[in-house]
Design a protein around this ligand. Structure first.
Ligand code: TXA
Ligand code: MG
Length: 339
């Protein structure tokens, strides 16, 4: 299949809508990462998403809407906490897990009786939903296991020949995927951290928000997994990544003792020249939003540089940094060394 890569404009958006209505899948920009979109009510369309990504079939997809009326049929009810969260954070990078409605195809929910929904703020994504009238299921538009795409070029690398169209809307603003929160129990639980933080949601809801243990650790017991996506190897460049926890001096000494020709460092801005090996920065040490914005493109750059071994500086574990840490520990296969 030939894959068209078109800049977002009136014509390309109309073509995307046409393809979606025909049950095709299209890669589109969102404010978090690029998504691979298909009609959420059309099982055959959603199957194509799983095939193009090589995604395990038990990992459900997020449904994207552009206004609150679209929730009819997608969810069976909108609980109070969901209403409050939607009011404050939609449109924006927050996915809310709610009871599943009757119009969603089984493939989207991967057999669960719940569905994750979000209203993106990206104007191109919103226009496509509005013009097509289609709420679309969309995972990140990467091959399963690889870092999520934050540019149309990233998508092209993974999806060329597999999908008919990629809409280029420039680089994704947030750079990490949406926060996923489940409000199915009494206490809301963050299943995946993002730029909407626990503290931000607690302020709006006036109650405690939990962070699922899987966010910081690997999944130990499959049967207890609340977010199926947490089970799988994720965000991995080809290199063997290890996170080194400790100050910059200890980090530098450790890297020096281990360095070989294929060794790289994943560091913060301004540190690039301190090491005996090549370095790629993933943002400003004191600005977690810049780290979120840059992390996936830095991981993809390491592949382009043919890095084999990567030592990464460790981000903080609070606020927006938690989202960065959550992605980085997965790309490192949970290999962390305390210096
Ligand atoms: O920012 C985003 O959310 C991007 C853009 C494209 O919108 N999408 C995205 O989708 O990251 P994906 O498929 O890569 O990640 C969806 C995550 C997975 O970890 C999945 O297991 C979880 O959300 N998820 C989806 N539906 C769920 C449900 N009903 N219950 C629990 N977890 C769910
Ligand atoms: Mg993904």
């Amino acid at each position: 299949m030939e894959t068209l890569l078109l800049k977002a404009n009136k014509e390309s958006i109309t073509l995307a809508c046409k393809l979606l209505k025909q049950g095709e899948i299209v890669a589109i920009p969102t404010e978090t990462v690029y998504g691979l979109a298909g009609d959420c009510t059309n099982g055959e369309a959603v199957k194509k998403i799983f095939i193009a990504k090589g995604r395990p079939q038990d990992n459900p997809l997020i449904v994207h809407i552009s206004n609150m009326n679209m929730l009819n049929g997608i969810v069976s009810e909108v609980p109070t906490d969901a209403k409050l969260l939607a009011k404050h954070f939609w449109p924006g990078p927050l996915t809310i897990i709610m009871p599943r409605g009757e119009s969603i195809c089984d493939e989207t929910c991967a057999g669960l009786d719940s569905v994750g929904v979000r209203m993106p703020s990206n104007e191109i994504a919103r226009q496509i939903i509005e013009e097509s009238g289609i709420a679309f299921s969309a995972p990140s538009a990467n091959l399963s296991g690889k870092p999520s795409p934050t540019t149309a070029q990233d998508v092209f690398e993974d999806m060329n020949g597999k999908i008919p169209l990629i809409i280029d809307g420039g680089s994704s603003q947030a750079g990490v995927e949406s926060t996923v929160v489940s409000i199915l129990g009494d206490t809301p639980v963050i299943l995946r951290p993002g730029v909407i933080t626990k503290e931000m949601m607690e302020k709006v809801l006036g109650k405690n928000v939990e962070i699922a243990s899987e966010v910081l650790e690997g999944v130990k017991d499959d049967s207890k997994v609340r977010s199926p996506g947490m089970k799988y190897k994720h965000y991995s460049p080809k290199a063997d990544v290890t996170i080194l926890k400790g100050d910059l001096q200890k980090f530098t000494e450790y890297v020096k003792s281990k360095a070989s020709a294929d060794t790289f460092v994943l560091c913060f801005d301004g540190e690039e020249n301190l090491f005996s090996v090549k370095a790629v920065s993933y943002g400003n040490k004191n600005d977690p939003n810049s780290q979120a914005h840059n992390l996936f493109s830095a991981l993809r750059e390491l592949d382009k540089e043919h890095a084999k071994v990567v030592y990464a500086r460790c981000p903080d574990i609070t606020g927006v940094s938690l989202a960065v840490y959550n992605r980085l520990i997965r790309s490192a296969g949970f290999k962390i060394i305390e210096l």
